[in-house]
Design a binder for this molecule. Structure first.
Ligand SMILES: NC(=O)c1ccc[n+]([C@@H]2O[C@H](COP(=O)([O-])OP(=O)(O)OC[C@H]3O[C@@H](n4cnc5c(N)ncnc54)[C@H](OP(=O)(O)O)[C@@H]3O)[C@@H](O)[C@H]2O)c1
Length: 238
């Protein structure tokens, strides 16, 4: 039987880009899916497609720039999964505007820290305890390989804060079968990555599933690079 058969998975930002590809791939692995976006309308297509494949799939909506919507999101996920979330794919994020050197604003930092680090951290906090109790869980926090781009400093610092959350949770996870890792999807031609990016968003599969399919002995705290597992033809997919 498939390793992930009937596992409950939440994919945030599942309406497009990386999250859409991951939701489809997890459905093919036999997962039961909770797909998140800002509006139910935005996941309507993926819900229809996955339902047609015979997958149990439930849409949830939450604007993650609003802390008020977080508790409701967590409660919905608990209700849908019977408080049994197995896989958390923390993917939704925002890019900050390109700014002149030294000009990123406080608002850029505040918005990106909220959506890209604080909300993902609080989703981990919400679902880790039950995963630890059952001694099974897989959390993938989507980070970024962005480097040396001070014009996007607020975005890159928000990802660094998420990386640090993973690192400092390692002692808590040690010896358990609850694995929390980081994924860098590579530079992709999505709405966030822009049209100039090197890679087609489809190239994120199969790499994005590696930290979910891995065994207990592979442990937590690793940075997986999705492009290490992709075909080496960046523009071949159109
Ligand atoms: N693309 C790249 O080159 C690249 C490189 C490195 C890392 N990453 C990381 O990969 C992840 C996915 O990026 P992507 O390129 O797939 O992005 P994308 O195509 O722009 O998709 C973003 C997803 O996040 C959701 N989202 C955006 N803002 C939100 C908000 N305020 N509240 C709730 N949901 C929100 C969107 O939902 P709606 O459809 O409802 O708006 C959408 O599903 C992100 O963590 C990003 O930082 C991307």
């Amino acid at each position: 039987m498939n390793k992930l058969q009937h596992k409950w998975a939440l994919v945030t930002g599942a309406s497009r880009g990386v999250g859409l590809r991951v939701a489809k791939a997890l459905a093919q692995e036999g997962c039961q899916l909770i797909v998140h976006s800002r509006k139910l309308d935005n996941t309507r297509e993926v819900v229809a497609k996955l339902s047609d494949m015979g997958t149990k799939v439930y849409p949830v909506a939450a604007e993650l720039e609003s802390t008020g919507e977080l508790e409701n999101l967590i409660q919905q996920v608990r209700d849908i999964s019977g408080n049994h979330l197995d896989i958390l794919f923390n993917n939704a994020a925002i890019m900050t505007p390109w700014r002149e050197l030294f000009e990123p604003t406080i608002e850029d930092y505040a918005r990106s820290y909220l959506v890209n680090s604080i909300i993902p951290a609080k989703l981990c906090d919400a679902f880790l305890p039950a995963m630890l109790e059952r001694d099974w869980g897989r959390i993938v926090n989507v980070t970024s390989g962005i480097a040396d781009q001070p014009n996007l400093m607020a975005y890159s610092c928000s990802k660094a804060a998420l990386d640090r959350y993973v690192r400092d949770m390692l002692p808590t996870l040690a010896g358990t079968n609850v694995l929390m890792n980081l994924l860098d999807p590579g530079w992709l031609r999505t709405d966030l990555g822009g049209p100039e990016a090197d890679n087609h968003p489809d190239s994120v599969i199969p790499g994005a599933l590696v930290p979910i399919l891995c065994d207990k002995n592979e442990g937590s705290g690793h940075l997986y690079q999705a492009q290490d597992y992709a075909e080496n033809e960046p523009f071949a997919r159109g």
